[in-house]
Design a protein around this ligand. Structure first.
Ligand code: ARG
Length: 222
């Protein structure tokens, strides 16, 4: 019988989150410059959650095909220096290569801005988004949509936005097990009617992700 690994050390994020802003945008940050917090909800309150835990990062793996100007291959992996207990911090499943989420409804989560150029949120917010086909997405973004991108949303006022990048877009199955369908990547402003949020298509990168796990100590299955 298959069951969840009970401990894990891998976090999927966006490559563009790993490079510093400003004139040195092609300068990658180092593991000591970031950490991962699990179990957070309200970033301001120090008493709201008992499970908030900060993890240090042992290794950052950006996708070698990442291009800042086009958001090509905007996916990256963080290896935590200690394992997270997945009975406490609920993971999302890695979708197999070739999985299509077109027509499905997922949820994107983040502390990003609540309008384009607006203020970030103190509390974690979420919004549902429908996944659209690449053909539909190209009617808006044309050749900016590259292999490995996934498009969702298009409804006025409902979208991911700045500061949500690197965060999860998950799609539940019939038993409410969530798969990580996308990683927040880019858009044209936020939440415009008929526009879409663009995500790294995690299923497309399954083989690359598996290679990185295998080359860096594997995944802990217990
Ligand atoms: N690039 C943004 C970030 O770094 C994410 C933008 C997502 N935009 C959208 N309209 N869904 O946080």
């Amino acid at each position: 019988m298959w069951r969840y690994p009970s401990l894990a050390e891998w976090v999927v994020t966006a490559s563009h989150c790993i490079f510093t802003d400003g004139p040195n945008q092609d300068q990658a940050i180092t593991p000591s410059q970031i950490s991962v917090v699990l179990g957070e909800h309200d970033r301001i309150s120090t008493t709201e959650t008992q499970i908030r835990k900060q993890f240090f990062v042992e290794k950052i793996i950006t996708h070698p095909g990442y291009v800042r100007a086009t958001f090509k291959d905007d996916i990256a992996l963080l290896k935590l220096s200690t394992k997270a207990d997945l009975n406490i911090y609920t993971p999302a499943c890695l979708p197999p290569t070739g999985t299509s989420f077109v027509g499905k409804t997922g949820t994107v989560y983040g502390w990003g801005t609540t309008s384009s150029g607006g203020q970030v949120s103190n509390k974690l917010l979420k919004v549902n988004q429908d996944v659209v086909s690449i053909a539909t997405c190209k009617t808006v973004f044309y050749n900016s949509i590259l292999d490995g991108m996934l498009c969702a949303g298009g409804v006025l006022g409902k979208d991911s936005c700045q500061g949500d990048s690197g965060g999860p877009f998950t799609v539940p199955d019939a038993t409410n097990i969530h798969s990580l369908a996308g990683v927040v990547s880019w858009g044209d402003g936020c939440a415009k009617a008929g526009s879409y949020g663009i995500y790294a298509d995690v299923a497309y990168y399954n083989a690359w992700l598996q290679e990185q796990f295998a080359a860096n100590g594997g995944i802990t299955l217990t």
